[in-house]
Design a protein around this ligand. Structure first.
Ligand code: PLP
Length: 403
């Protein structure tokens, strides 16, 4: 497949995973088609045996449809480029990429340290599945606790998310990587926020990067996708075997859609980031705003780490509002442009009223008595986004005072 050796990610993302020229016609489509297949056929038995041998060595050799063919390979290449990794393994959702990671590195009797700012459903995975299988998790706050006091003889995995879910708490990945190395732990980072384009945990010392491609990689709110990327051969082998044994698989059409999304990731991400900063600037001047959570925003507690470790930002922010619970509900209901819903990373603005109970588990949260609203700032005109927020804040308060 054609590719580029540029050091610029924007260039690499336009040239990764393109179709080979047809040897007879000398032509090729610009965009790789979706190669749908449930199985593959071989020219002869020795070709099949050769593929099996290469697969046994951990190479990407296809013997059956579950791993997919050209479209899947192209998307894996895109994730490798994004994350600066050597191997990428696809899963049918971001959460299944997370379960692949836990299944690959934990066995019965093992223990993992997990950051308390982690994507909520990880706790469900812990409660519903991992415990039942004899694995134990300790949640900790990486910016407040040293892992030295928490590591046990059976600790195998250090699993964190940076910036964290809901509040975008920046973690010091290089420092965590040093501690993980000292205790011989695998450091895995949920990098959905950065999606490889603006943040690369593998380059900061992590061995595994987990991405929900559902978000910015897909970018159009029309597919579910996950990927696990590594630059460590042994870890890659473990992920490869676990992925295959557990039957993780995605459709060629979803791989194709994600590849289509990847091409415009650079322009989308930059635009989301610009709009989010404009919204932050406007929010700061509003009396209802108690605190803004957005690492690119200069007063964010993680801003220095963001400057050191990230190459850009995105459209995610959270804002603590001095609104009573009923007012916060009215604010959200009054929004016109923002869809009320989970997820983010698509083209559109979304709002989530974060449950106060959920926040108690995040030690970064220190704004009790406020309402936390998470916003995904979409690609709409920022003036319209801001006007919508303004009218909704006014509506929340006018009704509250009965005017
Ligand atoms: C959405 C999300 C996931 C899960 O991705 P799905 O594709 O929805 O399963 C994992 N981690 C983070 C940080 C997310 O935001």
């Amino acid at each position: 497949m054609a590719s580029s050796s540029s050091k610029h990610l924007e260039t690499l993302l336009q040239h990764v995973g393109t179709a080979d020229f047809d040897p007879d016609t000398g032509s090729a489509p610009v965009a790789l088609p979706s190669m749908r297949t449930s199985t593959v056929r071989f020219r002869d038995l020795s070709a099949l045996e050769d593929a099996q041998r290469r697969k046994g060595r951990g190479e990407r050799a296809v013997t059956y449809g579950r791993m997919g063919m050209d479209t899947h390979i192209a998307l894996e290449d895109a994730f490798k480029r994004l994350e600066g990794g050597e191997q990428a393994y696809l899963a049918s959702s971001g959460l299944s990429a997370i379960t692949l990671t836990f299944m690959a590195f934990l066995s019965a009797g093992d223990h993992a340290l997990v950051s308390d700012n982690v994507y909520g459903p990880v706790r469900l995975l812990d409660q519903e599945v991992l415990r039942r299988m004899g694995m134990e998790i300790t949640y900790f706050s990486p910016n407040r606790e040293e892992i030295d006091g928490l590591v046990r003889p059976n600790t195998k995995l250090l699993y964190v998310e940076s910036p964290g879910s809901l509040l975008f708490e920046m973690l010091d990945i290089p420092a965590l990587a040093r501690q993980a190395q000292r205790h011989k732990l695998v450091l895995a980072v949920d990098n959905t926020w950065g999606s490889g384009y603006i943040y690369q945990p593998l380059k900061l010392g992590a061995q595994v990067s987990v991405v929900a491609g559902t978000k910015y990689v897909g970018g159009h709110s029309d597919l579910m996708l996950g990927a696990v990327v590594t630059n460590d051969a042994d870890i890659g082998m473990r992920l490869n075997k676990t992925q295959y044994a557990m039957g993780y698989s995605i459709s060629a059409d979803d791989a194709w859609l994600a590849l289509r999304g990847v091409r415009t990731l650079p322009v989308r991400m930059a635009q989301h980031a610009r709009h989010a900063m404009q919204v932050c600037t406007w929010l700061q001047a509003r009396p209802e705003v108690a605190r803004i959570y957005h690492p690119a925003w200069p007063s964010d507690a993680g801003h220095a780490l963001w400057q050191r470790d990230c190459t850009g930002s995105n459209g995610m922010l959270a804002v603590a509002l001095n609104l009573a619970p009923a007012q916060a509900r009215r604010f959200v209901d009054a929004l016109q442009l923002f869809g009320i819903g989970f997820s983010w990373g698509g083209y559109e603005s979304l709002v989530q009223l974060v449950d106060a109970g959920t926040l108690k588990a995040h030690r970064y949260w220190d704004q009790d008595n406020t309402a936390l609203v998470r916003l995904h700032i979409g690609l709409e005109a920022p003036e319209d986004i801001i006007a919508d927020l303004a009218q909704a804040l006014d509506a929340a308060k006018i009704e509250a005072t009965g005017v």
